[in-house]
Design a protein around this ligand. Structure first.
Ligand code: GDP
Length: 196
């Protein structure tokens, strides 16, 4: 099972630069350094997002076309410690506009580090997302960094926290971009979401 070939076609720093709403979209978001680029690359089974030339603080939404079938959307990371208030406001406005207005958005995959679980920055973002009524799927990544008994415990803790939200899928997915575990299941979930 593969995703259609992904190719970058638009980057938007402001809402007026969003590309036209032609096909269904799934978006990926998470705290900075959570492993989002690695995960998108693992899903695509090729290097789509180059980690090396990724400027840490780019407040930009990147759009990748998956063939002509759907779009994968890479959202700028949140929870960066040293970001100026002004930049945070800009980030919030860009994200909120995208989430509130994007008619083709089918689901947001919120990437969470399995070692750390749901942090305050995640909670703040989830609160906003949940109120907008957009469907959310939590993905625990870097699962290879946690020993299995701990992973099982952490899974339960995360699952309990998710009960609080109306639009978050009950079961977090568990993956490792490095070991490629859980990637097939996530790929299926993406394809199912966009009816591909
Ligand atoms: P992003 O900032 O969220 O896009 O994060 P990156 O994909 O650049 O990953 C941040 C760091 O985490 C890099 O050093 C990656 O090699 C590492 N990383 C990403 N995914 C995994 C994973 O599944 N397992 C492990 N062990 N490390 C990972």
């Amino acid at each position: 099972l593969e995703l259609p070939h992904l190719s970058f076609f638009a980057g938007a720093k402001i809402p007026s630069s969003f590309p036209p709403e032609r096909v269904s979209e799934v978006a990926f978001v998470g705290r900075s350094n959570v492993g989002k680029s690695s995960l998108i690359n693992a899903l695509a089974d090729t290097t789509v997002v180059r980690t090396s030339d990724k400027p840490g603080l780019t407040r930009q939404i990147n759009f990748y076309a998956a063939g002509k079938i759907f779009n994968m959307v890479d959202m700028p990371g949140y929870g960066f410690a040293y970001v100026k208030e002004e930049e945070k406001t800009q980030w919030r406005e860009l994200m909120e506009t995208y989430i509130s207005t994007r008619k083709t958005l089918r689901k947001i995959f919120v990437i969470v580090d399995a070692r750390h679980g749901i942090k305050l920055a995640d909670v703040e973002f989830l609160e906003v997302l949940d109120k907008k009524g957009v469907e959310i799927q939590i993905v625990l990544t870097k699962c290879d960094m946690v020993i299995p008994p701990d992973l099982a415990r952490r899974y339960v803790v995360v699952k309990e926290k998710l009960q609080h939200y109306k639009n978050v899928a009950d079961d977090p997915l568990m993956v490792s971009a490095r070991k490629k575990t859980g990637i097939l299941k996530l790929r299926k979930e993406v394809l199912r979401t966009v009816d591909a």
